[in-house]
Design a binder for this molecule. Structure first.
Ligand code: AMP
Ligand code: ZN
Length: 113
């Protein structure tokens, strides 16, 4: 499949991987918007939130749990951070493989779009 994130999961493309478990992987965003900018993704290809089946919906909780752990590891738990999932064209999703952004390490703007 011609999916950049699937290629990172498969080890066919380099990625600065910071976490892996059975179902999820996390790596540093290639174009970071803050000193901490990680992407947490399911290893399985799911295109976007809109394609998430009911059976798969518990993945989102797993992704948030990992993001919270990584925020601690990055030392931004106390200062604060933001979790974002963009969905579809008008939601600003550029990579069509479900991913959760973890952003922190600076004062983020209050604007959400
Ligand atoms: P989104 O707009 O929510 O689809 O965000 C996609 C994110 O993936 C952007 O922040 C990109 O900088 C990031 N990105 C794209 N390609 C790569 C890559 N090969 N490795 C790491 N991050 C990437
Ligand atoms: Zn994929």
């Amino acid at each position: 499949m011609d999916c950049v994130f699937c290629k990172i999961v498969a080890g066919e493309m380099p990625g600065d991987i910071v976490y892996q478990d059975e179902g999820l992987i996390a790596f540093r965003d290639i174009n970071p918007m803050a000193s901490t900018h990680l992407l947490i993704i399911p290893k399985k290809h799911i295109t976007s939130l809109v394609d998430l089946s009911e059976a798969e919906s518990s993945l989102i909780g797993d992704m948030v749990k990992v993001a919270n752990q990584l925020a601690k590891r990055e030392g931004i738990s106390e200062s604060g951070y933001r979790l974002v999932i963009n969905c579809g064209e008008q939601g600003g999703q550029l990579v069509p493989h479900l991913h959760l952004h973890l952003l922190g390490g600076r004062q983020l703007s209050g604007a959400l779009g």
